[in-house]
Design a protein around this ligand. Structure first.
Ligand code: AMP
Length: 404
């Protein structure tokens, strides 16, 4: 169902509450990667250009005790945002009360304010009360009372039920105020939603990463939707064990072998496993290593897919019209075992006739490292959220946005 979006709203002169994802790495007050701030700019600029008063909320890190607050202020983000927008950003160092209300009342049309880290509300008077991350309805109601409209542009937290994304939206509904998606959220829903519910075929999913247990839900949901599911990374070897292929010292989740068996039975030839692997003597970049096909002997562990598998995967991918990729094909952090992941990323970048969607930290890092990120259709900004979307789950943050 289509969701209400920021472009459907009448923004002029309105107090526009916006949930953005400014959860960026900050060390000693210095921001590392500001991608997430950049990603929120289109929606913020749109609101400002249409003379709305933007009141921004975001979480940053996790706060479990009073001392955690010190290093987790959003103040440095306000400065960076101000540079990026080339206009002043009012930073309010609190999350509720007179100081915040006065600052909001002083806003002029087309100006912007950033509220302190919403997770400051998780610790009140030294106690870990989780007002924000436990979705205290009073907090959502209070924040909702501060504005006329609410926009959620934080896809990365859409799988969580917090006061700043769900509580506030519900309170807005109750008072008859609109709840809309920002452009970033709209894009995520559009691409992930299309891929899962209405893909151009052939639709191929590539799933990697360490554990089968993290991806069972995704595989289960995609079994009935995808034409092929390519499996790589550490979880491959639980599938090997299920097929009776020797795994040596490779990563295996013994308690998931039966699940892997039933996935293989259900999936039949939809499931594509690597036929060769790069195996090493130990979990170390400098360890002795070689390529083997099929069985892996004791004393060796598979840390990457092999060249033949890469060729086979490319054959499956070359005619695909929709590709979703989540999770590395091997121990990508170690250069000797990064080839599988890099080759898959490179190949996706060369597919000009397909919708290509990448999610998850390692796969995203791979396509960025390769410089092919801008050749892909969509890079999801939410790891956990995009996995849950692929599992076919309803994400509370998205469910709380008004339908058109
Ligand atoms: P995930 O967080 O589930 O996406 O898994 C990512 C992690 O899986 C990365 O840290 C990889 O190093 C790890 N990984 C990928 N392939 C293997 C493998 N064959 N053996 C052990 N770990 C792996």
């Amino acid at each position: 169902m289509a969701k209400l979006t920021v472009s459907d709203l009448d923004l002029e002169g309105k107090k526009v509450l916006m949930r953005v994802d400014f959860n960026v790495p900050i060390k000693d007050g210095v921001i590392g990667d500001d991608n997430r701030i950049q990603a929120a700019l289109p929606t913020i600029k749109f609101v400002l250009d249409h003379k709305g008063k933007a009141i921004l909320f975001s979480h940053l890190g996790r706060i479990k005790k009073e001392e955690d607050k010190k290093g987790l202020s959003l103040r440095p983000v306000a400065e960076r945002l101000s540079n990026l927008l080339n206009k002043p950003v009012t930073f309010v160092p609190v999350t509720e009360g007179q100081q915040l209300e006065d600052a909001i009342n002083k806003l002029t049309d087309g100006s912007v304010l950033l509220v302190e880290n919403t997770r400051y509300e998780d610790v009140v008077n030294g106690e870990y009360v989780k007002r924000e991350s436990g979705n205290d309805p009073k907090l959502g109601e209070y924040w909702a009372s501060l504005g006329d409209e609410y926009i959620n542009d934080a896809f990365g937290t859409a799988h969580r039920q917090h006061a700043s994304n769900v509580g506030i939206a519900e309170a807005m509904h109750k008072s008859g105020k609109p709840v809309a998606a920002g452009f970033l959220m709209e894009k995520e829903i559009q691409f992930l939603g299309e891929a899962v519910n209405n893909p151009q075929r052939p639709f191929v999913a590539i799933l990697g990463g360490a554990k089968v247990s993290d991806k069972i839900g995704v595989i289960d949901n995609l079994l009935s939707k995808a034409d092929k599911i390519i499996i790589g990374g550490g979880m491959t070897y639980t599938f090997y064990a299920a097929k009776g292929i020797k795994v040596g010292d490779s990563l295996v989740e013994k308690d998931k072998i039966d699940v892997a068996k039933s996935i293989l039975e259900k999936g039949g030839n939809k499931i594509v496993l690597p036929s060769d692997n790069v195996v090493a003597k130990s979990f170390n970049n400098d360890a002795e290593h070689k390529v083997v096909e099929g069985d892996i002997d004791d004393g060796w562990m598979a840390l990457d897919i092999g060249p033949k598998s890469i060729d086979e995967f490319e054959k499956v991918l070359k005619d695909a019209k929709t590709v979703v990729w989540n999770g590395p094909m091997g121990v990508f952090e170690m250069s000797n075992f990064a080839q599988g992941t890099l080759k898959v990323g490179e190949f996706l970048g060369s597919l000009t006739d397909a919708t290509t969607i990448v999610g998850g930290g390692d796969s995203t890092a791979a396509v960025k490292q390769l410089g092919v990120a801008d050749k892909l259709t969509h890079i999801s900004t939410g790891g956990g959220a995009s996995l849950q979307y692929l599992e076919g789950k309803t994400l509370p943050g998205i469910a709380a946005i008004d339908n058109k």
